[in-house]
Design a protein around this ligand. Sequence first.
Ligand code: ATP
Length: 758
Amino acid sequence: MSSPKDHPDYKNEKNRLEYTKDYIQSILEVASTTQGGYKENIKDAFVNLDHLDSSLSYINILTNARLLELIQGDIRNLSNIKHKPYFGRVDFDRDGAHQTETYYIGKVSLYRRDNQEPVIVDWRSPIANIYYDGRLGEVSYDSEEGEQRGQLALKRQYLIEHGELEEIRDIDVTTRDELLQRSLSETSDKRLNDIVATIQEEQNNVIRADLQKPMIVQGVAGSGKTTIALHRLSYFIYIYSGKVAPEEMMILAPNKMFINFIAESLPELGVEKIRQTTFSDYVFACLGKRLKLTDANEKLKALISPETEGKEDIKWVSQLKGSIRFENILKRYLKDIRNNYVPEDDVFISRFRLYPSKRLRQLFIKDYQYLPFEKRKEKIQELLKSNFQQRKKKILQQIEESFEERYDQINSRYKGEERREKMVRLLDNKEKRTAEVKGVTKKMVADYMKKFPKKHGIDYYKELLTDRKLLEKYAGDDFSAQEIEKLTIQSAGLKQNVFDLEDLAPILYLHTYIKGIPKELKMKYVVIDEGQDYNLLQIRALRRATGTNLFTILGDLSQGIHAYRGTEDWASFISHALPNANYLTLQKSYRTTVEIMDLANALLGKLGKDLPAAEPVVRHGEKPSIILVDTKKQLLEELAEKIHQEQEKGFRSIAVIGKTEKECKWIYQQLKKQMDVQLLKDTDELEHSLVIVPSYLAKGLEFDAVIITSFDETYSDHELDLKLLYVTITRGMHSLSLIGRHRSAFRLDEQDTIYLQD
Ligand SMILES: Nc1ncnc2c1ncn2[C@@H]1O[C@H](COP(=O)(O)OP(=O)(O)OP(=O)(O)O)[C@@H](O)[C@H]1O
């Protein structure tokens, strides 16, 4: 690392840094005094609450509280950047302008209060795009005033630590991105690092791609998908600040452990208020209740276990439940539910018809079709209630009128006793009728409404899949008897109220039609990480539920270890769920060294599928090593020795990855006698620097060093096993070792030895 003092512009840069720090300090001091003022105002307003007009005092409190919140946000932001105010600079010669414009780029903007000159510009601002996107020379960027063109005269990076300038680096056309190299070679005890200073062009394209269009990103392992997802959300918030509340945005992650990772980096990006959840938790929130789910990894465990029988049926049913073919069953089912929702009885006030059922059904099916069924029902209830009084009055009037008519008739036609008798009867009759009508209260409407179905989407779903006749009816000619049989057998758990993850999308789908989704769960923007684990019906149901098609889905088909329930191609998402979605790819891998990635790519090649191989960012390390052992005892000894060596090298996060939970448990039992180690479960937080991870839980994680073990459980050459291996191998940032009985346990053959240490 060269000293910043060697840089010809050092003095100016040093002065600039001092100036920026001083300015931040002065703003912080003013802000802190102002903050005190607001606090005083609030206190005074509370004291005077009883004496003054209370509504005025409340307004006063609210205004001051809002101002206080804003200023506290400013103080937080400025305090955060005080010691590292910016990381880059661009000099821009705007076409037609005479003076070069200089911009310092940091995590938040800061403008001089006196003349609005930018001191720091936000990395998300339009001009900052040329820092990420542009090479020296001709560049352009889009701003509110339209496209801006000019020359990028200088692109400079800084390393600032504790308020001191540690390094200045000018990026010309040929320079490798040293800052990126440095950031990637660091060891890590924290996931999802701060990458705003080193976002690469292909990543920048994803972050800033048209926010008004859905987007699908196929990114190889370690290409920064999770990191980029968060930065795109941060960008969205910046662009739509004031128009979209963070609560109207949602990020769906695969499990709780993942959410913990994300949560760590959210405040840095200003996106902490975004709804961060898993697909199942979102569905439960929509349903207003939690369902008992089989362990999400249970199926995967069964599928990778050699002992499981009927794997093909398990896979078939899982896939089916996420397909358009299954949605067609639901659609036919829903049509019948809708057609039979309104009771067949007409609505009467005494003997007078208030509404014929036919008319109500027409309203329900046609006029209110934009609403969920329960909302349509509410509309009908409102209608009946509001017409009730009016209609009742009219009926009473009718009774009165017909009485008078009859009265006149009797009067003119009959005489004497006969007339008297008829009159008495008429009067009795009138009184009876009137009393009857008067006696009908609004409760009649409530009673009528009770005849509507009360069933939840969950009940309908269970009924469909556990009643073979029903299933046959709605499956129609699309399904063979054998297929229906498989579907009912595999859905047997529903009878005990135990659901599979694959059941949630169809349930959500039905629920959106039947009950609808509460307003607070409607979204303006949705980001899905590990999108390859989602199926078409999930995306379609989510679209209906959230009420938006602004989805950014990021995933990697090569890591599709849940492909039995997820997707195997992005094209179907685009044609059936998110038409006009942008499709972008991320091909560079930032996590692993060239040597580890070469081995991973070699394995991917064995899949015989046209899956994109990753291009590692040029960062070298040692070749992966393989240690062959004969006994379990030897395996343990070699493992303990390897862990020790990796710790000696200063690696702060080390993972031992076994294929199955069984093998991992055994290793854990043995290792914990000698060292501090954690066995990772789906819901856990990563607490230890040394963890044992079953292969199917490794997705999305990363470690400085990875040791893959295999003894009783080996990897077969089936697609799922090869993908699992690919996932585990690509978890290591700096070092990878394999310990097992044979090379073939890791699907490696003679030719692959070139990727391994001698
Ligand atoms: N531009 C960048 N600058 C610095 N580090 C980066 C950059 N892009 C990605 N990284 C780092 O690369 C690693 C991988 O990123 P991330 O986990 O987001 O990738 P991913 O595509 O989600 O991976 P996977 O699909 O394999 O789980 C992280 O350590 C991240 O900090």
